[in-house]
Ligand binder design. Structure first.
Ligand code: ADP
Ligand code: TRP
Length: 325
């Protein structure tokens, strides 16, 4: 079984990305054949700064490796290192109905926010379909917001298969990432780059502390008992703490006499301890860019071998690149 997923390099990864997606990708790599890629072509729909895109892509690779993505188990590659994906996208585009793309929430939401509608944004789901179909992927772990894109992918594949008569494209299934993993941001809303409430995994000590100290709390005075269950600080602490540590902090909330500053310090200490091995590993990777590039190229070679095989099959199905007779 092949598991495949992509993540856009639109900024540095935050706690929401880790607990909501990255940790789950990493857990899947041991039992399945895994393909994970950095969706730099998709990121072009929102990042229009060469240096930022380069830095984000490179940092995404280093962060994923530091966090435990193991290149012996999973192929890690840059989307753009497999040019076959853009050719497949065109072949798919010719069978994709306009109305199918017009229905996509992610597109409609962006338009509603006043973001200019270019063809890249509109056809984003077709590139995503190509990402998935190029490798005969079986399972695609994604957040709930991407389920519709998976349905579009299946729709396009079915249409292609029905037009060209045959099982040319393999139908994938979505595996929705655990909902329980929805991480709150510093303002108590869902942590997201678009809300400016993120805490980055590899943030330097001082700004990390500052961000944690800025987590919004209510104005219950220091002496008064507090409810841990409604507090973002406690909710975030739980991500990093053992059940015993969670119970101990919850008791201190309920007993009163503890200010939020102390609870925030506990989050800082717990997060630092939790990500300490990844930080060490990250520093080693930063010092060895040759190794990181090698991993990306080996991943791309593996992905390309499969992609070329599938693209050949699809080209043949629609009569591209075949000589007459
Ligand atoms: P952002 O909302 O910050 O732009 P992305 O949309 O790039 O993040 O998220 C990439 C993946 O990380 C998503 O597919 C989603 O599964 C996961 N993710 C993002 N934010 C959170 C969150 N707050 N809680 C849980 N998972 C999240
Ligand atoms: N659209 C996905 C997101 O924003 C990223 C992505 C691009 C992807 N191509 C993919 C995810 C293929 C899974 C499979 O999260």
């Amino acid at each position: 079984m092949r598991v495949l997923s992509g993540i856009q390099p639109t900024g540095r990864f935050h706690w929401g990305n880790y607990f909501g997606a990255i940790q789950q990708y990493i857990a899947l790599q041991t039992n399945e054949q895994a393909f994970y890629f950095i969706a730099d072509l998709h990121a072009l729909t929102s990042v229009r700064d060469r240096k930022a895109l380069q830095d984000n892509t490179w940092n995404a690779a280093i962060d994923l490796l530091a966090l435990g993505l193991n290149p012996e188990h999973a192929a890690l590659f840059r989307q753009s290192d497999v040019p076959e994906v853009t050719e497949l996208m065109w072949l798919l585009m010719t069978v994709t109905q306009f109305s199918l793309l017009e229905k996509c929430h992610s597109y409609k939401d962006k338009i509603a926010k006043g973001i200019a509608a270019d063809a890249g944004l509109f056809t984003y789901p077709v590139l995503m379909a190509a990402d998935i179909l190029l490798y005969d992927s079986d399972v695609v772990p994604v957040g709930a917001d991407q389920i519709q894109h998976l349905e579009v992918t299946r729709d396009i594949a079915q249409r292609f298969n029905s037009i060209y008569g045959g099982e040319h494209l393999h139908l994938p299934t979505a595996r929705v990432l655990e909902e329980g993993a929805k991480v709150v941001g510093t303002d108590g809303e869902k942590m997201s780059k678009s809300y400016g409430n993120t805490i980055e995994i590899f943030e330097a000590d001082k700004p990390l502390r500052k961000k944690i100290m800025s987590i919004k709390t209510d104005s219950t005075p220091m002496e008064a008992p507090k409810n841990p269950e409604t507090c973002s600080v406690y909710t975030l602490f739980k991500l990093f703490a053992t059940p015993d540590q969670q119970a101990a902090l919850a008791d201190r909330y309920r007993a009163g006499g503890m200010g939020y500053g102390e609870a925030k310090q506990a989050v800082y200490d717990a997060a630092m301890a939790y990500f300490a091995p990844a930080r060490t590993r990250r520093a080693e990777l930063v010092a060895d860019p040759g190794y990181v590039e090698e991993v990306l190229q080996a991943g791309a070679r593996k992905a390309r071998a499969k992609g070329q095989e599938v693209l050949q099959r699809v080209r043949r199905a629609c009569g591209i690149g075949c000589s007459a007779g």
